[in-house]
Design a protein around this ligand. Sequence first.
Ligand code: GLY
Length: 356
Amino acid sequence: MKPIVSKDSVVYFGQECYTALNSYLDKANHSKICILVDSNTHESCLSLFMSKIEKEYDIEIIEIEAGEIHKNIETCSGIWNALSELGFDRKGLMINLGGGVVTDLGGFVACTYKRGINYINVPTSLLAMVDASVGGKTGVDLGNLKNMVGVISESEMVLVDTEYLGTLPVEQMCSGFAEMLKHGLIQDRLYWEKLSDLSKLELDDLDQMIYDSVVIKNNIVFEDPTEQNIRKYLNFGHTLGHAIESFYLTHPSKPTLLHGEAIAIGMIMEAFISSALLSVTSDDLQQISEVILATFPKIEIDPKDYQKIIALLIHDKKNEKGTILFVLLHTIGEAKYNCIVPDELILKAFDYYGSL
Ligand code: GLY
């Protein structure tokens, strides 16, 4: 599979990842290398990754706790301190081996340590392969608010090797699948239709599907790396999805929602709003709802919580001058950003999801 080239980075696939990595390491002459893992990828992915490095380098392993609740500034502090104690200078390299938490947080640590050292992302979850590790967004959560602190700065390269997915739990695979569905909904009806009929997909199709998703994301990021305009499309489903995710994160009595599970709900609700304000037809809305619910079982959201979730929308990063701005769909495959949605329609969207 041909590497996908962005403005400042390259995404490699399969075995070509390691040819590119070894040649980069050979040439770059880093003073030290840190591999950031979490407790899961330390166990399941590190030995495979290490076996692909051909020469001896000065490599340190730094492990963080797995899970979204550790994606915070305290974890970053621990890593900054460790890098400092280990004597990392500006010629150090950080390799983030993990899912979205590791690549987002590790990227942020690298971009800020001594005002920035090089980093490489090696995504090990489907979500990180198709979304988090591509496009240079790095950052951490602030309390329960998602990705509130961070910078956009591309990694040296992204290495997508689907062998790492072998040990990924099914629900984590589904979480990544939500972002792939999003790529179809915002940009490519044909891709959406291919993904929609899971019964026709074989496991062998996965590599191509991941590749197609990265192409869609990369084309958008290439044109608008700092999210001034069309990169906002990638937030479809995320305005309500992030608010729902944040709400569930801070209410331990509620079920735990993975990012993709929350985004799946957000996409159904925002498709409903699109059908009310733009040209999504009722057939398309029904298809979107059915396809998403075929992978993501319905979550019962207590109507008493609707307003509490809506209150969280004020923190959305796309808001301007206090106005909440949504990404909606004109139709499947075509999105629109900066859409203002009346509160009563948001409430109707909760009711629509509840009625499914
Ligand atoms: N995950 C959305 C973006 O990278 O813009």
